[in-house]
Every structure is written in structure tokens, then in C-alpha cells.
Design a protein around this ligand. Structure first.
Ligand code: ACM
Length: 651
């Protein structure tokens, strides 16, 4: 049956990669149309590249030259006038009707490679696809031990589903240097992600130089270093030096923006206010409604919020005072400099998780409510957001915020980043009671970017909590891959307001850049595909194969990734006779699980999992390892029976 369907599937003139039987073609994100031809192209020892003369492609061509010459040791020549060049980078004249601004065609024959696009961005993406056709060793930073650099002949037509294909990188909770951010940009651009949202300000650090407010970086950029479980750190002694952190100078930002631009990535800055503002308040305590704020310090990860209450209650007032005119004066200064630094159209102004319990104690907030006829604290936040939107727009920029900015009334031209799509976006409008923030905002004609926690919060664990730094939730790769960016229940006429999606890497539990890479990949592969490739081409098994081909590249490049998709899921259940039943579920198909209960390390000569297990009476742990075709592929997991018992009895 399998053989027949494969045959039928591949009978057509071209095959799309959902029946990608040739594992040597393993492009992420999956192209719209891929037609494999017979034969192959062999890279000659002298490679010639003809390119259109445009400054926007300068870096693309320089990078291509480097990426082709270093691992091969071949000579790579570039010219604007070499009609017989083996690699041709061209712009369409007139424009192709289907490719849009980012699409491209890539033609590989035995003699020549031709990439054509309407715009330089399309040429750049064509080059990224081309590089993925070469063997993984093409990613080497030194000459590789490969004698033939061959790629299959094919024709590709490709263009994105959404224009917003992003990653959010939280550089506030932990600071990441400019070279690290640039490395992050390198990787995302290879997979056609085009938007880097930098979370530049939060309770734990202010990360961008604002020349008119020097305390923001003198005070606000530093806290005391702690490791362990962020959120549970002990109070920091008052006199402990605060030297951990850092910030980007304005020159750093300009260089990062330029670096990103050369790779067709926009950087969107986020200044998160009026909540999450402790670094700002520690720098300028006069912006708080709360007496004693001059003693506030930049947070290291000690407890500042009681999340067990609904709504959560702040233990330290990390909010700006919406009733203080100085707040708007300072925000004007900040937005003036931010707007000048970042050419991207939007400034993200946060707005999430703003506790109201300190506002409720503030006479000045009550006076503001009376004066402005504000009935609820959500309306107070809405008042703040509307004023901030005006400030942002006065700098020639557009205003964006997390979906809380819907509560209490959305500012007139605000764009919404939907992170709680499970939540009613507008509590005061009963006609929209069960509508997500995204649908609510889009139906009012506001632009929306989808970042729902359940599909794209890549700060969450990727497999069992035993194997990952603990975070309160789990997001496995297959869940990210199942993400349909277009929200359910949205009218066709409003779909145009859904700009796309991004995955968010919050870094409370991410202490170094290697871990940031680990958290990002492979889940950002799935996001790249969710936002670029046609949904009809989605196929989990095929995606896994392509992910594994990318892993080989990452091994060469020494980029860290998570092998978590090979970890089985443990599903414990307490039986009526008090025994513990343990079901194991693989995320990746075709893996075998071998196990032991006797504390020894299992291999393929141990029992193979075929059905749920019953833990033997005195067993202390279940050790498992996954294999594929007789070879170990997963990590050894030593799961204490006590832990499983605890989970089973908690349910
Ligand atoms: C968020 O996750 N607080 C936007």
C-alpha cells in the first residue's frame, strides 16, 4: 500500500517535497514547488558568479563567495558582466506575477545555476536554498575533506505565505552580546526568517543606550549574577555589587541593524512598559507611583510577583505611574532615540502583564481616573497606551503591543501581538466574548502578529522536565509544526490583517548563548515552515527527515540544537491495584525504545517497548533510550519511579 501511494505520488511531472523521497534534497522551509530533474551540477574548481549590481545584494554575494570558496578551496570569481558564469543572480524585468517581494526561482541544470527574483530579498532567499542543496560540509569554516560538490538538477519556484516571519530574542533577562545577536541573525536568515524582535527592556535589564537618560544603562543595565531557578533566587543583599549584564551602545545598535539589513532581517525594538519596568524605575525612581521606589534595584530573578492570584499581584511595584506627566516626558525622550536608531516601521511597547495592585493604592492614579472618567484599571492602562501611541506616532513610527493592550480599549492604530490566543481579547465587549485577541483586533482593522504560547513559546521545555532546564510548560517540536498561523474563526475579509507569526525566546532560564541556540533550534525550523510554506505540503515525517539533514549542517557549523525530539514522552497512570502503568510515546516515528527497571543502562539487547509497562514493585527508576535501525539516536533518560508516581497521583 505504501509503495503504491509513493509511486502514484511521484508520477507527476514534478513532485513537491511532501513526497520528498530524495533525502539529499532537504530544504527548510519547504519550497512551494520543487521539480526534480535528472542529472546533477558539479561545482567547477573555478566558480564564476554573475550578479546584478545593487548595493542591497553586495553582502549576499560576498557571503556566497566565502561560503563557496572556504569549504571547497575553489576559486570563486564575481562579476557584473559574465554571461557564461555558472551561477547567475538576476532580477526579473518586468516583475514575475507570483513571486512577490521575497519569492525566487532557482534553476539548476548540469551547466548552470540561475536564481531570479523580483527584488534583492528574493535573490537572497534563492541563495539560501541553493546552499542547502550542497552537502552539509559546505557549512565548514575551513577547507572540508570533500572531493565532489554536487547538487541535483531541479527547478524551484518559491515564495512566502506570510511577510512577518520572526523570532523574539529576550536580551533583557540575560544579556547577549552584539556578536551573539549577529550569529542569531545569521542562522535565522538562512531559514528565511526576516524579523528579529529584540526585547530590550524588562525588570532585569535595560539594554539600549539612551543618551538623554544615562542612568538607564549606568544603573538599569546591571544586576547581580545568579544561577539556578530564575524566579526563586534569594533576595540580593543590598550592598552586593551589581556588575552583571550589559547594553548595546547606539553604535552597536546601528551596526546590528545594518548587519540584519544585509541579511534581509528587520529588527523591531521592544521597550516593555508600563509593567515589566523595574530596570527603568531603578534608574529613575521618580517614574513610580509608589513611595520608596528609590530603593528599588534591577531584578536578578528573585520573586517579585505572586502568580498564584488572579489577576497576579506584584510584590514590588514594577509599573510606571500613568498619572505622572514625567513618565510621558521620559517616554518621549526614549522613543525619540529609539525611532532614530531602528528603521523598522514598528516600535513594540510591551503592555503585557501589568499588575494593577499598586495603581489601586495610588492617590494620583485615582485622581487621574476621576479626571479622565476611567472606570477600571484596564481603562487606566488603555489611557497610558493611547498616550504612548501618540508619542510613538509623533516619531514617524507605528505602535505595537502585546494583546493586553486590547483590554480597556485599543489605541486607534495599534497593532497587536497575540500571545494569549486562548484568552478573550476584549472583556468589555460581550459580542466578542469567545473571540481571540487576534480575531478581535483584525476584525477592527488592526494588524496582528501571532505568537500564541501553546505553539511558539520556545522558552518552554522541549521534552520531559527531567531533561531540560525547568520551565513551567512544555512545547514539543511537533506542536510547533502543527501551528496554523491563521487564527480559527477569522472572516476572509480580515485575514489580510494577520501579518504572520513569530516564536518567542524568553530568557529567564537561558543563561548563555549556546542554550539560546538549543532552545531555538529545531523549533524555529518548524516556525519557518509554518510561516513560509503552503500548509498542504506539511508532512511530519518528511519534516523530521529534513530537520535531521539540517542537524548535520549544524554539527559542521557548531551551532547547538536540541535533540529533544528523540526523547519519548512518559505518560504515567495509577492503576486501581496501586501499580504504576507507564506509557511511552515517541514524537518521531520509526524509533525503538529499549528500557530497564534494574538501574543498568539499556541498549538494543534490552527489552524493547511495545506496550505500556507496569513498574515492578521495588523498582527505583525506568531507564530508556531510543534507537533507529539498530543505532542509538536518543539520550539516555533515567526516570525515577517516584517522579512518575508523583505525576500520576497529581492528576
Ligand atoms: C508575555 O509572554 N508576557 C508577552
Amino acid at each position: 500500500m505504501k509503495k503504491i501511494s509513493l509511486f502514484v505520488c511521484c508520477l507527476g511531472v514534478y513532485f513537491t517535497a511532501f513526497c520528498n523521497i530524495d533525502s539529499s534534497i532537504a530544504i527548510i522551509p519547504q519550497p512551494v514547488k520543487l521539480e526534480k530533474k535528472t542529472g546533477s551540477f558539479m561545482l567547477p574548481h573555478t566558480v564564476t558568479i554573475q550578479t546584478v549590481e545593487t548595493t542591497e545584494l553586495k553582502q549576499t554575494v560576498v557571503d556566497l563567495q566565502k561560503r563557496l570558496s572556504v569549504p571547497t578551496g575553489y576559486k570563486v570569481l564575481i562579476s557584473g558582466n559574465m554571461p557564461t558564469a555558472v551561477i547567475q543572480l538576476m532580477l526579473n524585468k518586468p516583475n514575475d506575477g507570483v513571486l512577490g517581494d521575497e519569492g525566487y526561482t532557482l534553476s539548476v541544470t548540469s551547466k548552470q545555476i540561475i536564481i531570479k527574483a523580483n527584488k534583492p530579498a528574493g535573490v537572497f532567499y534563492g541563495v539560501q536554498t541553493l546552499m542547502q542543496l550542497f552537502p552539509a560540509a559546505i557549512e565548514d569554516s575551513v577547507k572540508a575533506d570533500v572531493t565532489e560538490w554536487k547538487i541535483p538538477c531541479l527547478e524551484i519556484t518559491d515564495y512566502p505565505k506570510f511577510s512577518w516571519r520572526g523570532l523574539m530574542f529576550d536580551v533583557s533577562r540575560h544579556f547577549f552580546t552584539k556578536p551573539e545577536v549577529e550569529k542569531y541573525i545569521d542562522q535565522m536568515a538562512k531559514y528565511k526568517l526576516n524579523l528579529l524582535h529584540l526585547h530590550l527592556a524588562d525588570d532585569e535589564g535595560w539594554r539600549v543606550e539612551i543618551k538623554s537618560l544615562p542612568n538607564l544603562t549606568k544603573v538599569g543595565a546591571y544586576n547581580a549574577k545568579r544561577v539556578g531557578h530564575f524566579g526563586d533566587f534569594k533576595p540580593i543583599p543590598v550592598n552586593e555589587p551589581r556588575t552583571y549584564g550589559g547594553f548595546y551602545t547606539q553604535d552597536d545598535i546601528k551596526e546590528m541593524v545594518q548587519y540584519a539589513k544585509e541579511r534581509f532581517v528587520n529588527i523591531m525594538p521592544e521597550i516593555d512598559v508600563p509593567g515589566h519596568s523595574l530596570a527603568l524605575i531603578a534608574s529613575y525612581p521618580e517614574l513610580s507611583c509608589t513611595a520608596g521606589a528609590e530603593n528599588y534595584k534591577v531584578r536578578s530573578g528573585e520573586e517579585i510577583m505572586d502568580w498564584s492570584q488572579n489577576p497576579p499581584v506584584a510584590l514590588v511595584d514594577n509599573t510606571l505611574c500613568p498619572a505622572n506627566e514625567k513618565v510621558y516626558v521620559y517616554l518621549d525622550k526614549i522613543m525619540t532615540e529609539i525611532a532614530a536608531l531602528f528603521p523598522f516601521a514598528y516600535i513594540h511597547c510591551g503592555g503585557d502583564e501589568c499588575p494593577k495592585n499598586f495603581w489601586a493604592k495610588s492617590d494620583s492614579v485615582h485622581a487621574l481616573m476621576q479626571k479622565e472618567n476611567l472606570k477600571t484599571y484596564e481603562e487606566v492602562q488603555s489611557y497610558f497606551e493611547k498616550r504612548l501611541e501618540k508619542i510613538v506616532e509623533s516619531k514617524g513610527k507605528r505602535f505595537m503591543g502585546w494583546d493586553e493592550i486590547l483590554e480597556g480599549g485599543l489605541a486607534p492604530d495599534a497593532a497587536v501581538m497575540d500571545w494569549r490566543s486562548w484568552k478573550d481579547g476584549i472583556s468589555t465587549d460581550s459580542t466578542r466574548k469567545n473571540t481571540s485577541a487576534a480575531v478581535t483586533a483584525a476584525s477592527m482593522g488592526h494588524n496582528v502578529v501571532m505568537t500564541p504560547t501553546e505553539f511558539v513559546y520556545i522558552d518552554y521545555m522541549q521534552s520531559d522536565s527531567l531533561m531540560e532546564p525547568y520551565v513551567y510548560s512544555t512545547l514539543r517540536l511537533n506542536k510547533v509544526y502543527s501551528f496554523n498561523v491563521m487564527p480559527a474563526g477569522i472572516d476572509q475579509q480580515y485575514q489580510k490583517y494577520i501579518l504572520g507569526a513569530q516564536a518567542n525566546l524568553w530568557t529567564e532560564q537561558v543563561y548563555n548563548f549556546r542554550q539560546a541556540e538549543y532552545m531555538t533550534w529545531p523549533r524555529a525550523f518548524a516556525l519557518a515552515e509554518d510561516t513560509w510554506s503552503p500548509s498542504a505540503n506539511k508532512n511530519w515525517d518528511d519534516f523530521v527527515n529534513r530537520v535531521e539533514q539540517q542537524f548535520k549542517r549544524f554539527n559542521v557549523e557548531e551551532v547547538k540544537y536540541a535533540p529533544s525530539m528523540y526523547d519519548p514522552e512518559f505518560i504515567p497512570a495509577l492503576q486501581p491495584d496501586s501499580t504504576l502503568k507507564i506509557e511511552l510515546k515517541n514524537e518521531v516515528n520509526g524509533l525503538d525504545i529499549y528500557y530497564s527497571f534494574d538501574n543498568s543502562y539499556p541498549d538494543k539487547f534490552y527489552p524493547k517497548y511495545t506496550a505500556p509497562l507496569i513498574a515492578p514493585v521495588d523498582a527505583m527508576q525506568l531507564k530508556v533510550i531510543t534507537y533507529r535501525n539498530g543505532k542509538p539516536i536518543g539520550r539516555m533518560i533515567a526516570m525515577p519511579i517516584k517522579v512518575l508516581m508523583g505525576r500520576a497521583t497529581q492528576k
